[in-house]
Design a protein around this ligand. Structure first.
Ligand code: F58
Length: 824
């Protein structure tokens, strides 16, 4: 009875044909939800379908794990990330399993059809933006490439806030993603681990007469893993996302409870469990709060302990840890993994420093995602030492050896010692987490060619000088399964009809579309698909904002976090330029445009929130103006997230990628748009540069200063005021905003934005204004030639193969992790 299921039993339990699926859904509905089909709610049906799909994922998953048991030599990737922005799971899993149509058919026997259920699903918003979504794309590609991998992170009870727009302003609402039940995960309380905080350390001599250190912690927290299966596309490999939830070791302090102080008894539990309560909603500057450091150490310690435990269970020894595990640090948020692995190897497993350090460096790789100085994490030494006294000692020892090394190579160069030190001694002493990550890793990479160059020549130049061979570029990518197959079935069907169905897992095959770029019939079908997608978006816009937009207009879209460096305000200045032209001459023949914005602002980022209000104010001014006659529509689509993105990317004609050159490390939205046939208007920033190289300069609208020009212009003393004075068009729009016409109830509302631009303009909005407006005129010209536009759109898709996350993951596997697929 204890034997595992036979193949035949597996087939009846997890068959993939419509009849087996229908039976499985009916069973789950009845035995899990206690419902008959006739009375089942949408959520009942959704959960039943999700469980039926999960069974089929675990069937693969169990096989993958069994396989690893028998292959103790296989190296496993551990992707350590404070964020995983997974998006809705149902449709993506059905696509990867290859049973979307079979399930659609199965569901005809139930009161709610499959598309209704897909629409009903809420996503776990366990990330802020690009960095968290990249981690999710990489998990999809790792499984698809059959590379054994685990994503380790935090199971936040509350993810990124939900955004509402009230009276044009952003309002934040709590994200209760668990409230209707989350069917994709399975809790594994029996695999919980203990994580300690605070207290003191003491030295002692062990039985062999060796000096050792003991950490007498003040607080113990349990980490309980929750596993979500990650199935690859049309393969048998099923990996894991393992997220940790913080739980009190002992729920009640019985001493307090017994004397009737119930409140005091649960206090400790409440405080412990806040560790995994909520995701910090900042997308650029990390918050230096104790709770955030606790979150970081919490999940990292859980992960490293879990990895060590499994390594040893499968017969490994501490000194061969790196043979089994390749761990990637997704930015510096998990960088405390470096001293944590050292601590475990030294204090718990008795390794000597040099041996432990070799294992550590060979285990870790570090990916940097930003050059913004305010985003480079530091932790005050006092805070770090109070929470992690043993780790601070280890950091000091790493630093002592590092500094010795620098002095050996560069005798007398104390400036260099100060710059490279793990400890920033200027002002209040703090630990530079990027330096700790570099020190503890055998490989460091940027996320696009330009970004890596800037890292190497600026932020990490001293490190490159010491260890040039450790630096790499791995340009980001996105998964074509979610961002094409799942979200754009129309385009995917058209592509498959033309070139066959191999492209989702071999994206370079899209090249074969080039021969259809001049085929009038194919172009017409291409336009039909785009039009359908635009109709779908238009309906969603009307439903969520009440604004009516026209699918025949040019859909000009900017969706991403709201940030000054991403320059949503540059887009607004262009909008107002168009508006003023129409007001001056209402009979002007202009290209009708629908300009869509979407994205969340960090709750404490005043200017970003003001930018949202500005967009909605421009919409209020423009959308119903009789002189405009519907030729310009401005929409702020609320609550941009993965699910909303899946409606928006397929419907875009023009993709706005207009960050100040040198600021956007890579961008990944730029890739999602181009893969769905949008043409990019953009600066030479991040991966835009590589996208333009691939699709061809004639199929990309380029404008603006280069990163070098930005630097030189700033060095020469940039004066935005002079730009304003010398450009009457720019003056017109700035004056319009400053006049209060957009905010009659509070005429000075946008003053901070205007003053910021006129007196500081750190992101060179005014410097790039005219080039942007001129470039938009070229966009109009191409749009007026519908055939030429379609051709450029087809060629964009045909030449985007490089930007599959499968290519990125292959790069990591070959150049950084040295891991190989394990075929199921
Ligand atoms: C983003 N970073 C980059 N950080 O801005 C973007 O260019 C890049 O394409 C993407 O990473 C993937 O490499 C990003 O999203 C965050 O959200 C952090 C969250 C935690 C606080 C610090 C920023």
């Amino acid at each position: 009875a204890a034997e595992s299921l036979s193949d035949a039993e597996h087939r009846t339990r997890t068959g993939l044909d419509p009849e087996s699926l229908r039976r499985a859904v009916r069973d789950h509905l009845f035995y899990f939800q206690g419902r008959h089909p006739a009375t089942a709610s949408v959520n009942d049906c959704y959960l039943a379908v999700a469980y039926a799909v999960r069974d089929r994922l675990f069937q693969h998953g169990v096989q993958s794990l069994d396989l690893l048991l028998h292959r103790p030599d296989a190296r496993i990737v551990a992707y350590l990330s404070a964020e995983f922005l997974m998006g809705p799971q149902l449709a993506a899993n059905l696509v990867n399993l290859g049973i979307l149509d079979a399930m659609r058919e199965a569901m005809t026997a139930f009161p709610h059809d499959l598309d209704r259920l897909i629409d009903h699903e809420e996503e776990p918003g366990l990330g802020n933006g690009g960095l968290g979504r990249l981690a999710a794309c990489y998990l999809d590609s790792l499984a698809t490439l059959e590379v054994p991998a685990i994503g380790y992170g935090i199971r936040y009870e509350f993810g990124i806030f939900n955004q509402q727009i009230r009276d044009g302003w952003q309002v934040e609402l709590t994200d209760k993603w668990l409230h209707l039940g989350y069917p994709w995960e399975i809790a594994r309380p029996e695999r919980a681990v203990e994580v300690r905080f605070g207290g003191t350390t003491e030295g002692y001599t062990d039985a062999d007469g060796r000096y050792r250190v003991r950490w007498n912690a003040a607080e113990i927290v349990m980490g309980v893993p929750h596993d979500t299966p990650i199935l690859g596309y049309r393969v048998k490999t099923c990996n894991l996302l393992r997220l940790w939830r913080a739980e009190a070791v002992q729920s009640f302090d019985f001493a307090s409870f017994n004397v009737g102080e119930y409140g005091r008894a649960v206090e400790q539990q409440v405080s412990t469990e806040t560790i995994s309560k909520v995701l910090y909603p900042n997308d650029a500057s990390p918050q230096g709060k104790a709770l955030r450091l606790k979150q970081q150490y919490f999940f990292v310690s859980c992960a490293i302990q879990d990895m060590l435990r499994s390594h040893i269970r499968f017969g490994g020894t501490p000194d061969t840890f790196h043979h089994r595990w390749a761990a990637q640090l997704n930015d510096t948020h998990p960088a405390v993994a470096v001293p944590e692995l050292m601590r475990l190897l030294l204090d718990e497993h008795g390794l000597e420093w040099d041996a432990a350090w070799e294992v550590t460096q060979k285990t870790f790789g570090y990916t940097n995602h930003t050059l913004l100085p305010e985003a480079l994490e530091t932790w005050s030494v006092d805070l770090f030492g109070a929470l992690l006294p043993r780790h601070l000692e280890i950091v000091y020892e790493i630093n002592r050896r590092l500094v010795d090394g620098v002095r050996r190579v560069y005798p007398g160069d104390e400036g260099r010692v100060r710059r490279m030190s793990l400890i920033d001694e200027s002002g209040r002493r703090s630990i530079r987490m990027a330096h700790l990550a570099c020190a503890g890793s055998h490989a460091v990479n940027g996320v696009a060619a330009l970004h890596t160059d800037l890292l190497k020549t600026q932020v990490l130049a001293d490190w490159v000088a010491m260890r040039p061979d450790r630096f790499h570029n791995v340009t980001n990518g996105v998964t074509p399964r979610r961002f094409m197959v799942v979200s754009n079935p129309g385009l995917s069907g058209l592509i498959t009809a033309a070139i066959g169905d191999g492209w989702p897992s071999r994206l370079e095959a899209l090249r074969e579309l080039e021969r259809f770029a001049d085929d009038p019939d194919f172009r017409a079908r291409w336009r039909d698909v785009k039009r359908e997608n635009k109709q779908r978006l238009a309906a969603a816009i009307e439903q969520r904002t009440g604004i009516v937009v026209y699918p025949d207009s040019l859909f000009d879209v900017q969706v991403k976090r709201i940030h000054e460096y991403k320059r949503q305000h540059l887009n607004v200045l262009h909008l107002l330029t168009l508006y003023r032209r129409l007001k001056a001459d209402p009979s002007l023949d202009i290209v009708p445009r629908t300009v869509v914005f979407g994205g969340k602002a960090a709750p404490g980022y005043f200017i970003a929130k003001l930018m949202i209000k500005l967009v909605t104010a421009v919409g209020a001014l423009v959308n119903d103006d009789p002189d405009v006659r519907g030729r310009l529509k401005v929409v702020f689509f609320p609550n941009f997230n993965v699910k909303v993105g899946q409606i928006i990317y397929p419907a875009a004609d023009l993709s706005e990628q207009i960050s100040t050159a040198g600021q956007e490390a890579s961008g990944t939205g730029n890739m999602k748009f181009a893969l769905n046939g949008a043409i990019t208007i953009g600066t030479l920033d991040g991966a835009n540069i590589e996208i333009r190289d691939e699709v061809g300069p004639e199929n990309f609208f380029l404008f603006g200063l280069t990163a070098d020009e930005v630097r030189l212009r700033k060095a020469a003393g940039y004066d935005p005021r002079a730009v304003y004075e010398s450009n009457p068009v720019l003056r017109g729009v700035i004056d319009l905003i400053a006049s209060g016409a957009l905010s009659p109830d509070d005429p000075s509302r946008f003053r901070p934005l205007v003053d910021g631009l006129l007196w500081h303009d750190p992101f060179m909005v005014l410097a790039d204004f005219q080039a942007y407006v001129d470039c938009q005129a070229q966009v109009d010209a191409l749009w007026r030639d519908g055939e030429a536009w379609t051709r450029a759109s087809i060629l964009n898709v045909a030449r985007m193969g490089k930007f599959s996350s499968d290519r990125s993951i292959r790069d990591y596997c070959e150049r950084i992790w040295h891991v190989e697929p394990v075929r199921a």
